[in-house]
Design a binder for this molecule. Structure first.
Ligand code: FMN
Length: 380
């Protein structure tokens, strides 16, 4: 097998090893995918200033997120159906993040349940919440996250309605997958994935099945998720969630400075500048393009993090330079997971760490916390 040296290598292997339906689910944007592509392109367009003859022998890229020191300012973003990219995917990714020393976020729509991930990890992880119409279910979910020792709640605000991804419809994507002839033929070419799935009992949405009213099996689950997203979600609901949770709260999916100001005014601990990896509003700018305006508007009232398009340490460095306190990765770690399970996620983190450290050094800096827009060409 070819030596893995970058996240792109992991993506190629992910594509080879995981059934098309789930690889496509990870690597798609909504409609024309213009925002999905722009997330990466905008990073590529930023130019860094190379500096020389500075003592860069001692370097530090560790950073704080919510007052806790992390090995680098990169958390694993919440991603639904992660346990379909690799058997027990959420547990493996959480363990890899924990051992490496960065935060892991469990999605509401995970395959492994909150309790299951808690039982297989030692450190607290973060839980991501989608507000559904069934508020009793949401209250119970918040209590379950508390009981499992989750140390922060990530409330996602940009999925009140769902963006259309053509491939998911064409592939008839479900978890577990429907055993059509086409799917069976495709799965037959992915023996490692099949072996893992045959070994595990975790095949459907662990936080929902058996917990939400009337959801006991796959048929009732599809109907439930299709009708449960709540388009009426408002800032009042955010205040309600904040009260129910009572701990550290992060709002995810902010792309507008006015929304950022409202969020900061509610006294949240962090916001995540995010367009959901280009999976929701096609035509929105790249998240990195709106970051500076949002950072200026928030003016230190809470931490400002960014996700969308990060595939390398250079991207993390550029986000830091443009004012992000920290970053999250979605597809990059899924590529690692699909390519090689827990070891693949670790590999992804190690690749990004090395690139981040060396990029900082090439720019003549020795402490990531001191990096600002001085490292950029401002007309970039
Ligand atoms: C396959 C997949 C599933 C996702 N599921 C969720 C989810 O359940 N909850 C959520 O808040 N965001 C979800 N996201 C968005 C990510 O949290 C994150 O915002 C995005 O992946 C960042 O962009 P990147 O993939 O380019 O790093 C998902 C993203 C992907 C790729």
């Amino acid at each position: 097998m070819k030596t893995i040296t970058c996240v792109e290598d992991l993506r190629v292997l992910h594509k080879r090893r995981v059934p098309k339906m789930f690889y496509d689910y990870a690597e798609s944007g909504s409609w024309t995918e213009s925002t999905f592509r722009q997330n990466s392109q905008a990073f590529a367009d930023i130019r860094l200033r190379q500096r020389v003859a500075k003592d860069i022998s001692k370097r530090n890229i560790s950073s704080d997120m919510l007052g806790e020191r992390q090995r680098m300012p990169v958390a694993l973003a919440p991603t639904g159906l992660t346990g379909m990219q690799h058997a027990d995917g959420e547990i493996l990714a959480a363990q890899a993040a924990e051992e490496f020393g960065v935060p892991f976020t469990l999605s509401t729509m995970s395959i492994c349940s909150i309790e299951d991930v808690a039982a297989h990890t030692r450190k607290p992880f973060w839980f991501q919440l989608y507000v559904m119409k069934d508020r009793d279910f949401i209250s119970a979910l918040i209590q379950r996250a508390k009981a499992a020792g989750c140390s922060a709640l990530v409330l996602t605000l940009d999925l009140q309605i769902i963006g259309q991804r053509h491939k998911d419809l064409k592939n008839q994507m479900t978890a577990p997958p429907r055993l059509t002839l086409g799917n069976l033929l495709n799965m037959a070419t992915k023996p490692r994935w099949c072996a893992g799935m045959l070994r595990t009992r975790r095949h459907s949405f662990g936080n929902v099945v058996g917990h939400a009213k009337g959801v006991e099996n796959l048929t009732s689950l599809s109907a439930w998720s299709a009708e449960q997203l709540d388009p009426s979600l408002s800032w009042d609901d955010v205040a309600w969630v904040k009260e129910q949770w009572g701990g550290k709260l992060i709002l995810k999916g902010i792309m507008d400075a006015e929304d950022a100001a409202i969020a900061a005014g509610l006294g949240v601990d962090a916001i995540i500048v995010s367009n959901h990896g280009g999976r929701q509003l096609d035509g929105a700018p790249a998240s990195i393009e709106v970051l500076p305006e949002i950072v200026a508007k928030v003016n230190g009232a809470c931490e400002v993090w960014l996700d969308g398009g990060i595939r390398s340490g250079q991207d993390v460095f550029k986000a830091k330079a443009l004012g992000a306190d920290a970053t999250l990765i979605g597809k990059a770690f899924l590529n690692g997971l699909g390519a090689g399970g827990k070891q693949g996620v670790t590999q992804c983190l190690e690749i990004i760490e090395k690139e981040l450290d060396l990029t900082m050094a090439f720019c003549g800096k020795t402490d990531l916390r001191e990096v600002n827009s001085d490292v950029l060409y401002t007309d970039a």
